[in-house]
Structures are given as C-alpha cells and as structure tokens.
Design a protein around this ligand. Structure first.
Ligand code: ADP
Ligand code: MG
Length: 257
C-alpha cells in the first residue's frame, strides 16, 4: 500500500516551540472507583511517549486529566516546569491538540471547513486566513486535493488524517492521541501511523495511547505501561519490550505481541 509521505517543504509543524509536560502524583476517582492512583508521567520537550496497558487501566482518563477535562483530585500538572493548575483550563486545552478514535468531523461541512472552523472561532483568524491555513495543513497531511469534498466521501484513514490536520491548525504545543487507529480497517492503519511518526520526527511533543505495539516500540522515546490506575513500568522502548521487570507487563505483552 502506498503511504503518502508529506513533502519536506510542507512541514506538519509550523513552529518549533516544543514544550515539556509533567504530571506528578495524579489521582482521580469516579465515586468509589479510584481510577488514577498516583500517576507520574514526564514527557520531555520534543519527545514521544506511548502509553500502553489493558482496557480500563486509566489511559484515556490520564489524557483527560492532563488536559483538565477532569480536574485531578490530587497531584500537579506542569508545562516547562511551571504548574498550570492555576491557569484557565481553556488556555491549557488550546495548547494541547487531541485526536481520538472517533474523528468527529462535521458531515455537512467540507474537509477544509472542518479544519478552518476552530482557528476561525478560537484563534480569531479571518475566513480567508483560516481557509488558507486549512489548505496548508491539508497539504501537509497529503489531502489538499480533498479540501472541497464532504468527509463521508473519504476513507476512515483519510478522515483521521483530516482530524490530525484540524488539531494541528490550532498550532498546539503538544499532541495527545487516544487510540487514533483503533476504529480503522487494518489496511488504513499504516497511513495514519506514518503521519504520526512524521509528526514525532518533526519534533512535536506527543503522548500516544495505542494498541499498536510496533508503533509503541519503534516511534517512542519513552513507554509508559499502566495497569489498574498506576504506572507499573516506564522507560525506553527497548527496555520495556525486551526486559520487562514486572509479571503484569510480561503478561500484558504476551497477550498483545
Ligand atoms: P482505558 O482508556 O485504559 O481503557 P479509561 O481511562 O477509559 O481506561 O477507564 C478507566 C476506568 O475509569 C474504568 O473503570 C472506567 O469505567 C472509569 N471511567 C472512565 N471515565 C469515566 C467517567 N466519565 N465516569 C465514571 N467512570 C469512568
Ligand atoms: Mg481508553
């Protein structure tokens, strides 16, 4: 299958303002369900951290706490070493681009309109500026030729690349991916993973929750293994995948590899 690689003169990331993100001792309970039990995570500027672990271990909740869709009940969140818990949560969310399993593109808008919408509303760009920006971001993900069609005419993989372009149009300083390829047909996964790898190579700071162990191993600078709301092991991919220290990680890897 041909995987369109974005041309080098059309970079995905237009600024080099990479930031670091730190979560310390993060706790969150839903009622008496203690979902995050003191999670520490350190993502250095310009690096990619993949988060792996069984279903229900708290991976999605961790992302939602790190962008304050849920407020942590204990612990701290720091960007470049400064706590952001005192800031307006909307401001933090604007600095973080999110890509989910479901693309959630507006069906009655064109591809370009989907990408231009948030920059117009939240970054105050004019209609023309936002449209030009949308075309630039679509070009970077190899889909400029689809600018004027409706999302439903695209494959799932193309729709997810539009969702990535939409997130990048907000000029995020860090990107979160939550199982971005889980809803895709197997033959479409590769193109989206290639785009995510490109983004990582361009120096975007990223946290990627994924079941794609090949990606988790090859692209990550650091891997976090979560189980039952805790980080059980963390480290370089070679270390985690080749030399698991805990029975829980060994058991998990034996199921997914
Ligand atoms: P993962 O992404 O690793 O599969 P989640 O973070 O989605 O795990 O879920 C972890 C636990 O938190 C699960 O027990 C889930 O039922 C619970 N949970 C997640 N979100 C909510 C919510 N909004 N309200 C109540 N419980 C939730
Ligand atoms: Mg999840």
């Amino acid at each position: 299958m041909s995987t369109p690689t974005p041309p080098v003169d059309h970079p995905l990331v237009s600024s080099d303002s990479a930031i670091s993100l730190t979560g310390t001792d993060l706790h969150l309970s839903f009622g008496d369900n203690h979902v995050l039990r003191g999670v520490d995570i350190q993502v250095d500027a310009g690096t990619t951290t993949t988060v792996i672990g069984p279903s229900g271990s708290g991976k999605s909740t961790l992302l939602r706490v790190l962008n304050r869709l849920h407020e942590p009940q204990q612990g701290d969140i720091l960007i470049d070493g400064r706590s952001v818990l005192g800031d307006n949560p909307d401001e933090l969310r604007r600095r973080i681009g999110m890509v989910f399993q479901q693309f959630n593109l507006f069906p009655h808008k064109t591809v370009a309109q989907n990408v231009a919408l948030a920059p117009r509303k939240l970054r105050g760009l004019s209609k023309d500026e936002a449209h030009q920006l949308a075309l630039t971001q679509l070009d970077a993900v190899g889909l400029k030729h689809k600018a004027d069609v409706r999302p439903s005419t695209l494959s799932g993989g193309q729709q997810q690349r539009v969702a990535i372009a939409r997130a990048l149009a907000m000029k995020p300083e860090i990107m979160f991916f939550d199982e971005a390829t889980s809803a895709l047909d197997p033959e479409l996964v590769k193109g989206v993973l290639a785009l995510m790898a490109e983004l990582s190579t361009e120096g975007m700071t990223m946290i990627v929750v994924t079941h794609e162990m090949g990606y988790a191993r090859d692209v990550a600078d650091n891997v976090v293994f979560m189980d039952e709301g805790s980080v059980v092991e963390t480290g370089a991919p070679e270390k985690l995948f080749e030399d698991a220290q805990s029975d829980r990680l060994r058991a998990f890897l034996s199921q997914v590899l």
